[in-house]
Ligand binder design. Structure first.
Ligand SMILES: NC(=O)c1ccc[n+]([C@@H]2O[C@H](COP(=O)([O-])OP(=O)(O)OC[C@H]3O[C@@H](n4cnc5c(N)ncnc54)[C@H](O)[C@@H]3O)[C@@H](O)[C@H]2O)c1
Length: 284
């Protein structure tokens, strides 16, 4: 059975760079791309585990390289891109996926949660884009950049404001990136925002040792990412086993209506709006 992916940037022999690729969604994406015959560069601040390395080697017909790099460190990322471009010539897919939670609590719970979340989730992406995009443009080949966002960056649920804000800023960055690439001369590089739903990964296992029914497996997100790239979608909005696209659309619309209807901030969680929100989601 052929695992070929129907997009020139994802063709066998092209090279994929996946940050946060040692685990979770990044690992699942790296695995899917390796199965399709791409060379795969896994970039992570921690070493990939033996079992994950074995799984990758079992399916990788191209070259596999693992780099231990902190994406928040601009100099390390610049060295990384130089080394990858020298070795492989060009990059077909750059997946900026590495991220961490902030610090659960209020906005004033502690400055270190903000610094950490923004350093990895936003500046980490800036570092990778700055280091890789010039070579991707210069190659003259079709190439894609996928930034992993979050629904929390759109609807801003209470609980981890630093993570939410970093992911909200990432939406803005990725929209600007997509537009700038569109306007760049003779550019065949496109940018996409992957928006996973609830996905069972290490990030979640810390809080929930058993996979909840409602969560997707990371491989489902990887498949959705490939499908979205092939379809040319900018927003690759994933469902999960609890939340359908229709539910997401209503939640996003409710959020936009906060401004238009001059409602209080985060009215979705405001006690005064509990019934109204429930009725809206139910389509009444
Ligand atoms: N799991 C979910 O439900 C969910 C939902 C929405 C969005 N996301 C997003 O999906 C992406 C992947 O998350 P996941 O759930 O697979 O998490 P995960 O914790 O399983 O994987 C994240 C990986 O990123 C690496 N990493 C963290 N900081 C890094 C740094 N500074 N430099 C390099 N690597 C670093 C970690 O070591 C880890 O291997 C993240 O961007 C996350 O925000 C996840």
């Amino acid at each position: 059975m052929s695992n070929a992916l129907n997009h020139p940037a994802l063709a066998a022999g092209r090279t994929a760079v996946v940050t946060g690729g040692a685990a979770g969604i990044g690992f699942a994406a790296a695995y899917t791309l390796a199965k399709a015959g791409m060379n795969v560069c896994i970039v992570d601040c921690r070493e990939i585990g033996d079992s994950e390395l074995e799984q990758m080697r079992a399916v990788c017909s191209g070259e596999l390289q693992c780099y231990t790099v902190d994406v928040a460190d601009a100099a390390e990322v610049a060295r990384l891109s130089e080394s990858i471009v020298t070795r492989f010539g060009d990059v077909g897919l750059l997946m900026n996926n590495a991220a961490i939670g902030g610090k659960r609590g209020t906005v004033w719970s502690g400055e270190e949660g903000w610094t950490r979340a923004f350093a990895t989730n936003l500046i980490g992406v800036v570092n990778c884009v700055t280091s890789f995009v010039p070579a991707m443009l210069q190659s003259g080949l079709a190439s894609v950049i996928v930034n992993t966002g979050s629904k929390q960056g759109i609807t801003n649920p209470p609980g981890d404001p630093a993570y939410n804000a970093s992911k909200a800023a990432l939406i803005s960055l990725t929209e600007s990136l997509a537009h700038d690439l569109l306007m760049a001369e003779q550019s065949l590089v496109t940018a996409h925002l992957l928006i996973p739903g609830f996905t069972y990964t290490d990030m979640i296992k810390k809080h929930l040792p058993t996979k909840p029914e409602g969560a997707w497996w990371p491989s489902q997100v990887a498949d959705a990412m490939v499908g979205g790239i092939v379809s040319g979608d900018f927003y690759i909005l994933c469902e999960d086993n609890d939340v359908t696209r229709a539910m997401d659309e209503r939640r996003i619309m409710w959020d936009a209506l906060d401004i238009i209807e001059n409602r209080p901030a985060l009215s979705r969680w405001h006690p005064r709006f509990a019934d109204e929100f429930a009725n809206y989601i139910a389509g009444e």
